[in-house]
Design a binder for this molecule. Sequence first.
Ligand code: MG
Ligand code: MG
Ligand code: MG
Length: 306
Amino acid sequence: MSVYVVGHKSPDTDSVTAAIAYAELMKAKGEDYIACVQGELNPETAVVLEKFGAATPELMTDAAGKQVALVDHSDLAQAPDNLGDGEVVAVVDHHKIGDVTTNNPIFFCAMPVGCTGTVLKILYDMEGVAVSSQVAGLMLAAILSDTVNFKSPTCTDADKKAVEELKTIAGVDDTDGLFMDMLKAKSAVDGVPPMDLLDRDYKDFDMNGKKVGVGQLELATLDQVASMRDDLYKAMEEKKADGRHTVLLMLTDVVREGTDLMVVSDDPALIEGAFNAKLDGNSMWIDGMMSRKKQTVPNLQNAFGC
Ligand code: MG
Ligand code: MG
Ligand code: MG
């Protein structure tokens, strides 16, 4: 029986490349693993797959009757539908442990590093499996993406070490150049429908029984979305109306190293308190905020009493 390897909903570069890299690792060990995605590739990931000549993984959104390996998440809200009617056989991740449970012992590997690609590089080394130059390029791109070219507080020495080794295998000399090509693709917003921008890098979380959604757009400058803010706000309101307590959109300025946080909430004061900031209109600037995982989500969990 094949095992379907899949990253989270609204797939990002790490989710897609980790599915490919983990499937390749298991295939090298003689196992039948198939890399999948839960949705359309974002523009950054499309550029990365093309640059390293990798095919788009097949679409898989329903886990019923399937064996699945989860990469880059272990939250039910981010996993394929009907996971309870399938079987999780492995998790490889770098986030907080989520709410996926299993009936049997499984391979579970989560490390507090900046990217699933880094965890996978360590697993390849542990297993003594050589990383192909294509997979090395994919994992390298994922680490640059997830760590925002090493600027995110999630970045660790293990991520930097993995990049040093992977760039040699992939034959990439200029990692800053690769990052800028990726940033250009990911921050291209012209002509993109507002809901698509909100969904581009979006995750729902259960916060003490309340559904809270957090999207993030990484930008070279906030000017890129200046003319779209009203439309983005409308998209956020529309998403909130679908049973959510709060929808946040992180407009992250990668150069200034901070985030303008757009807020639609039943309790805006709670969100202000979570970040110790005051809303100016429908957003607030939070200096130094780069990471949803390490900064936004933990502050929300504290505020919601999780
Ligand atoms: Mg991810
Ligand atoms: Mg990741
Ligand atoms: Mg990310």
